[in-house]
Design a protein around this ligand. Structure first.
Ligand SMILES: [Zn+2]
Length: 261
């Protein structure tokens, strides 16, 4: 067990899924969130379809003297969402799964910008933060000053982009401005440890993206034509197992540069 399993805030508790990899870091962070004294909890990102992990989450909620009132997804990637329906069934009849993408819902309720989830007396505000994927959401837990970022901001390393870079940069800028305005205390990411200096973390992310963008621009100026050719230049120092993922990011960066011409 790492320092990630069991970390959290007064209301949020992390159960680490046993799916570590280069892409998922230590594994997926499943978040159990509940108001003190409440008998219902919200579970964010049940994780992969791993019966042992899902049971551990159900058992952890039960050990808090609670039941699962609702399941939310930060986005539809399988390491966050594949176990959601099975988890909802294990948690009890009628448990719903809410997500932006209708394909990942259980029940008819969606999840979108401006929604406020109030299960068990909690308050969770929903923000759409596309970029990692088009359906990426961020959840704001004002009572703890906590920002649940899913894969939009990770505990370390950087995020692979499947969505548009322009969207992602806007999402980071928005999270930076929002975190400053509300004086956010911590980021609770979808992978890796929590980040207790949200503004520093977001500045680091924003700087990194601007730097990479400049590198991609330079690689293109030096003759790279395809995403692969750009990756070979820009990601020469990065483990090759990550190159296919890097190609996704580079494709997105090339489209972004193209769109601004
Ligand atoms: Zn993801």
């Amino acid at each position: 067990m790492s320092e990630i399993d069991g970390m959290g805030t007064e209301r949020a508790f992390c159960v680490l899924a046993p799916n570590p990899s280069a892409m998922t870091l230590d594994g997926t962070n499943t978040w159990i969130i509940a108001e003190p004294g409440a008998d219902e909890a919200v579970v964010v990102d049940p994780g992969p379809k791993d019966g042992k992990h899902l049971k551990r989450v159900v058992d952890t909620v039960a050990s808090q003297g609670r039941r699962v009132g609702l399941v939310l997804l930060t986005h539809g990637h399988p390491d966050h969402a594949a176990g959601a329906v099975k988890f909802a069934e294990m948690a009890g009849r009628g448990t719903k799964v809410r997500a932006l993408d209708p394909r990942h819902r259980l029940g008819d309720e969606g999840l979108a910008e401006g929604d406020v989830v109030t299960t068990g007396g909690l308050e969770l505000q929903i923000m759409e933060t596309p970029g990692h994927t088009d359906d990426s959401l961020t959840f704001w837990l004002p009572a703890d000053g906590a920002v649940l970022t899913g894969d939009t901001v990770l505990g370390y390393g950087t995020t692979v982009l499947e969505g548009a870079l322009g969207d992602y940069l806007s999402s980071l800028d928005r999270l930076r401005a929002f975190s400053a305005e509300v004086e956010a205390a911590t980021i609770l990411p979808g992978h890796g440890p929590k980040l207790d200096d949200p503004l520093a973390a977001l500045d680091h992310y924003i700087d990194h993206r601007r730097e990479r963008l400049a590198q991609v621009e330079a690689a293109i100026a030096a003759g790279a034509r395809t995403p692969r050719e750009v990756v070979e230049r820009v990601y020469a120092d990065v483990d090759r197992s990550l190159w296919p993922a890097a190609e996704w990011s580079v494709r997105s960066q090339m489209e972004y540069l193209e769109s601004r011409r």
